[in-house]
Design a binder for this molecule. Structure first.
Ligand SMILES: [Zn+2]
Length: 104
């Protein structure tokens, strides 16, 4: 099983489909959530507004066609992860270049 990460906005474009192969033969993972707004004044709760209905929040998708498992993360988390991967690649590239310099 191959694990990947997909951003929430990219997943929303092809909802209920595998982000890797596009198959609609998937198992969705998630949870039911209720949002709330809590009003505080000087650290004391003065108001509470709870959403009436539970809403589904999808956290992952498992493809039964290609076997890929994708974690659905916020766009911010995905951007940070990509930046980290790029940085690691750059660092690895610098190490490689350094080794080459030594040989030459
Ligand atoms: Zn797939």
């Amino acid at each position: 099983m191959k694990n990947i990460i997909v951003s929430a906005s990219k997943f929303a474009e092809h909802q209920f489909h595998c982000p890797a192969c596009g198959s609609g033969n998937v198992v969705m993972q998630g949870r039911w959530v209720r949002s709330f707004l809590e009003q505080m004044e000087n650290g004391v709760r003065t108001g509470l507004q709870i959403e009436q209905k539970f809403q589904p929040e999808y956290t992952g998708v498992l493809c039964r066609a290609c076997g890929v498992h994708a974690d659905i993360e916020s766009d911010t988390v995905v951007a940070m992860t990509q930046e980290l991967i790029e940085r690691r690649k750059r660092d690895a590239g610098m190490v490689e270049a350094h080794k080459t310099d030594q040989v030459m």
